[in-house]
Design a protein around this ligand. Structure first.
Ligand code: HEC
Ligand code: HEC
Ligand code: HEC
Ligand code: HEC
Ligand code: HEC
Length: 488
């Protein structure tokens, strides 16, 4: 979480900024410069505009908003252009057709991650991700890429998938006939192939902004409920993000509507964020273990396994930028000067595409030094990640062998439980899309935990007891002290 866990209404923003400036005056010169910079940028961010059309909360078409806000609209449309990164360098041709009798096809998309890394197919054996899993790209494609993934074309999926891949307000209003809560419930449980035909746009202005005030707003029930549960776990009752969050927090929360780990709860397929114990991976793991949730049964080992997905918000929450109040928008929608105005870049992409704009406002090191720093963090992450993923695939092979060589069932059951943990932890690191950048040390802890679970799974197959694998007295005392500090 951001350090401002204590909720402040957005109206008191000016006082917050003043407080920040006063506090920073006492801090070191470097930090003063950084914080003041953050504050300046926020004040300048408030720009005036000429209203050409009246917008309401049923103006769904972004082109209409674009008449009032041409600069933001033009940048928003640029998410259709591919932005290469170090790990996703080019688009590849594809030829699938969408649904039956639908002539529309996709001619190119991002490269396949499972083709590049067959260990993923081993990890997800029996699950839809083993059929198709690709690099992400710009927001303009979120709906098309979902409609055309083999995970949808070859498997039945619930309408709940649509939550993060389309502009939702219109879909929910149509399905609920004016009752949005009912419309949302219907969308979640209706087959994906039916509800996706109601979607007319990928994410648009109305998903993040209130049409009348242009304030940021949260439109996704899963985040509203997820944050309520999270805050309750921190002792804050009845949290309402749209009422209680600061503007600074909203610059992250609008992204946390989608860039998070999630699951579909119950027969209603209710999109749910597993945060009732916290957003740290250990809290999420405890949550899933307690409710006995798994996503799939592994085809080779028959272990029940939880699949992790894009926990960008949770990882960011564990990092140094969150601790300093630096939001997703600060790096991914950095300010640009257009004429006399400073506007937020609505071409949301990798910050590495323009390091000076994204990082240079706070960091004074040269562009090359900053780039090398990011590359080093990502390279170290990949090396550690690879050790752990190799270990998991070796555990899977060992369980497969044990199932046919007369190894006792209790040993196999213990190894299956370790497989689930090793898999969830390394999957979380793999499917977070920053290659470790958002919280480097947090990811090292996660990778180590996965590696340890794979190791224990292999030992369990050999008959080593839980007692013999228990943490030492020193390790237990250290863990207790770390928990006591509240700074895990
Ligand atoms: C909580 C929000 C959320 C839900 C629900 C969701 N997605 Fe996504 N999805 C994302 C985000 C964020 C990305 C981009 C990050 C990434 O690719 O890891 C993404 C990426 C994708 C991609 C492109 C990359 C890839 O995985 O090949 C596909 C396809 C996709 N999702 C399909 C689905 C399907 C099918 C469902 C339902 C089972 C679903 N999504 C449900 C948030 C969500
Ligand atoms: C993913 C969420 C998201 C979407 C979608 C989105 N915006 Fe924004 N927008 C933001 C954020 C974050 C800010 C910064 C707000 C702040 O700091 O108060 C912002 C700021 C703005 C501002 C204030 C001036 C500025 O540039 O900082 C305008 C005007 C605006 N957006 C218009 C639009 C329009 C028009 C669209 C649709 C074409 C749109 N936005 C789509 C997140 C979004
Ligand atoms: C409605 C759900 C949703 C919201 C809200 C959302 N995203 Fe995304 N985002 C996605 C999906 C889905 C993709 C992948 C699309 C694809 O691969 O087709 C994606 C892709 C991206 C990418 C990759 C872009 C590229 O060019 O490769 C970045 C970066 C990103 N999002 C950051 C953000 C940030 C920052 C915010 C908040 C300002 C945000 N997103 C808000 C769903 C969302
Ligand atoms: C301090 C700057 C910073 C902040 C804050 C930040 N990110 Fe990132 N993000 C990065 C960098 C750097 C990368 C790595 C980009 C690359 O590899 O090209 C990245 C990668 C990503 C990617 C994958 C982009 C791609 O094109 O491959 C997504 C998605 C993303 N971030 C979403 C978020 C979300 C959501 C938040 C807030 C919860 C956030 N980021 C906060 C700097 C930041
Ligand atoms: C709004 C200001 C701001 C922006 C924008 C920003 N940073 Fe930072 N960054 C900070 C602050 C504050 C710290 C913590 C400094 C400290 O504690 O000394 C930090 C720390 C870091 C660290 C040290 C990480 C660690 O774990 O100790 C790295 C690396 C970094 N930033 C890279 C980046 C990159 C790359 C970008 C652009 C993608 C970026 N930052 C954008 C403010 C910012």
């Amino acid at each position: 979480m951001t350090e401002s866990a204590e909720a402040k209404p957005r109206r008191s923003r000016v006082w917050v900024l003043l407080a920040v400036i006063v506090v920073s005056a006492a801090a070191s010169a470097a930090i003063t410069a950084l914080v003041a910079n953050i504050a300046d940028r926020k004040v300048e961010g408030k720009s005036t505009y000429t209203q050409v059309v009246a917008l309401t909360n049923t103006t769904y078409d972004p082109a209409v908003w674009g008449q009032n806000f041409p600069v933001q609209y033009e940048a928003y449309k640029k998410t259709a252009e591919f932005t290469p990164t170090a790990h996703s360098t080019e688009l590849v041709p594809v030829t699938e057709a969408r649904f039956e009798n639908d002539p529309e096809t996709r001619t190119e998309t991002t490269a396949s991650k499972i083709q590049a890394d067959p260990r993923l197919v081993t990890m997800w054996s029996g699950y839809a991700f083993a059929i198709d899993y690709r690099h992400l790209r710009g927001h303009e494609y979120m709906l098309l890429d979902q409609q055309m993934t083999l995970r949808v074309l070859q498997k039945d999926q619930p309408g709940a998938c649509l939550n993060c891949h389309a502009s939702i307000p219109e879909v929910v209003a149509t399905l609920g006939n004016g009752d949005d809560a009912a419309g949302w419930a219907t969308m979640n449980k209706t087959p994906y192939k039916e509800v996706t035909t109601l979607a007319t746009h990928p994410i648009t202005c109305i998903d993040c902004h209130d049409a009348e005030t242009m304030e940021l707003r949260i439109t996704r029930p899963a985040l509203i409920e997820g944050l309520k549960a999270l805050k309750a776990s921190e002792g804050i009752a009845d949290y309402d993000v749209n009422r209680d969050a600061t503007n600074e927090e909203m610059r992250t929360y609008v992204c946390a509507q989608c860039h998070v780990e999630y699951y579909f709860a119950g027969d209603g397929k209710t999109l749910t964020f597993p945060w009732a114990k916290g957003t740290d991976i250990d809290d999420v793991w405890d949550y899933y273990t307690e409710i006995g949730f798994t996503d799939f049964t592994h085809k080779v080992t028959e272990a029940g396994v939880v699949k992790a997905q894009h926990p960008e918000f949770e990882a960011w929450s564990a990092g140094v930028h969150a601790a300093n109040g630096v939001s997703c928008a600060d790096c991914h929608m950095s300010y640009q000067r257009v004429g006399a105005q400073k506007v937020s870049n609505h071409d949301v992409a990798s910050p590495m595409a323009d390091v000076n704009a994204s990082c240079g406002t706070c960091h004074t090191a040269s562009e090359q030094v900053i780039k090398d720093r990011v590359t080093t963090i990502q390279n170290r992450f990949i090396e550690s990640r690879d050790r752990a993923l190799d270990s998991l695939t070796q555990l899977i092979a060992a369980i497969e062998k044990a199932k046919s060589d007369g190894t006792p069932a209790d040993r196999i059951a213990a190894a299956q439980a370790y497989q689930n943990k090793a898999s969830f932890y390394i999957d979380y690191a793999y499917s977070e899309n920053s290659f470790g950048f958002h919280a480097p040390d947090y990811f090292q802890r996660i990778i180590t935990e996965s590696l340890d679970a794979s190791r224990k799974g292999q030992l369990a197959l050999l008959g080593v007891s839980e007692a013999d694998m228990a943490p030492s007295d020193v390790a237990q005392a250290n863990t207790a002290a770390i928990l006591e500090s509240g700074l895990k």
